[in-house]
Write a protein of this length. Structure first.
Length: 415
């Protein structure tokens, strides 16, 4: 394939399939608030690997991963039991299980290293940081089978998983067993983690589980799109990371995680709605629009007493009403002039006919919001106070009441 060595092709296929499948189930772990549970599961699986080696008497990957899966499930049950039957909180339970099981795995690995004969050649240290270079075609088949199982489960139970993820109480009302679905999700995570241990390793497995879903969350608010993006990001992490690892001869796990970090950083910066760049630009646009509205409001408040006459205002008149810097105020006036809302003559500023109409709309919005905060202070936290007008965001009955009271008070804009 593209002139690559056979072993490299095997590693690329295996790592990319693993990354995609783990990224898929990792979405649910993140949305359920169980991301650190996956980390605890990966660390808890280490003593299972060692026990599997001791039972088999040799490096039998199937038995070792089977032991990792069973001991990992035991670790999850320990977390659930501590959380349910004791006063230990979930984060403390996760930390306890993670450290105890991982410590037990390190001790068992040390014991295995001292065994005569094959102990020192067991190669269990590769489970710490992963060793994709030793992947065989059979390993890729196992990963492909696991990926297919996970994909089918998510496709068949998508509606159920979605409901239990976002509203487990409603899922129970609908006759679904939230506990059973939650256990099935955790079993999927356990399966993905265990299969990935030989490639990514115990230490880095949590990153492969968490990073694709977290990166995907920046790009969308829909679960279906998030799952697809997470699968894609996990696939790219495995493909690119293992490719770089094969070139520079560095353990695969850390390189895969660093590749995921680059994807996360790009998502953090460049995502269209949640990315830092777009949020900074949106904040600047909002601030610029807010400053323009404040200027129009001040111009209207100063012009309204002289209506229907034309009010010509000096820069000092405007500076007295707001704490603008003179240079900033001049820029705002130049922008309003370019928009046809303000005219200037002999260094004095006046609203044009179109500017007067727009300024009256802005002033009306401000006055209605002020009245709303005075009349309905208990509703202020739930209202979108950044909106220019109350009409799109408040109930019609409240809007009508505010209109009537503003007119009765004689504060309805004359423009």
């Amino acid at each position: 394939m593209f002139g690559l060595p056979y072993n490299t092709v095997v590693v690329l296929f295996g790592a990319s399939l693993l990354g995609g499948s783990v990224g898929l189930v990792g979405c649910f772990a993140i949305l359920r608030g169980r991301a650190l549970t996956g980390d605890a599961l990966a660390h808890a699986a280490l003593p299972g690997v060692c026990l599997g080696f001791l039972i088999a008497g040799e490096r039998h990957l199937g038995i070792m991963l089977g032991g990792a899966f069973l001991v990992g499930l035991l670790g999850i049950n320990c977390i659930a039991g501590l959380r349910r039957w004791t006063r230990v909180k979930e984060d403390a339970a996760i930390g306890f299980v993670l450290s105890v099981f991982f410590g037990a795995g390190v001790v068992l690995n040390s014991v295995i290293q001292r065994l005569p004969g094959t102990g020192s050649k067991a190669g269990l240290d590769s489970f710490y940081l992963g060793k994709a270079a030793g992947m065989s075609a059979d390993d890729v088949y196992h990963i492909a089978a696991m990926a297919l199982v996970l994909l089918l489960l998510v496709a068949l139970l998508y509606k159920e998983f979605k409901l239990v993820t976002f509203d487990s109480a409603f899922a129970q009302v609908q006759g679904m067993s939230a506990l059973a679905l939650d256990l099935l999700l955790m079993a999927q995570i356990a399966l993905a983690v265990v299969i990935g241990l030989p490639i990514v390793g115990v230490v880095m497995m949590a990153g492969l589980l968490i990073i694709p879903g977290v990166a995907a969350r920046f790009w969308t608010e829909r679960l279906g799109a998030m799952l697809l993006l997470s699968l894609l990001f996990g696939f790219l992490m495995g493909l690119v990371g293992s490719g770089i690892s094969s070139e520079v001869a560095i353990p695969t796990g850390p390189i895969i995680i660093l590749t995921g970090t680059a994807i996360f950083g790009g998502s953090l910066l460049a995502a269209p709605r949640r990315g830092l760049v777009s949020r900074i630009l949106a904040q600047r646009r909002f601030q610029r629009d807010l400053d323009r509205r404040k200027l129009l409001r001040v111009l209207f408040d100063l012009s309204e007493p002289r209506l229907p006459g034309r009010a010509e205002l000096a820069l000092a008149d405007l500076l007295q009403r707001r704490s603008w810097q003179p240079a900033r105020l001049r820029r705002l006036l130049d922008e309003a002039r370019a928009a046809g809302q303000v005219a200037i003559a002999d260094g004095r500023y006046a609203l044009t006919a179109g500017g007067l109409q727009r300024a009256a709309e802005v002033a009306r919005g401000y006055r209605l919001w002020e009245l709303f905060l005075h009349e309905y202070p208990d509703m202020a936290l739930a209202a979108d106070l950044t909106s220019e007008s109350v009409e799109p965001v408040l109930p019609a009955a409240i809007v009508a009441d505010l209109h009537a009271k503003l007119k009765l008070a004689g504060r309805w804009p004359r423009g």
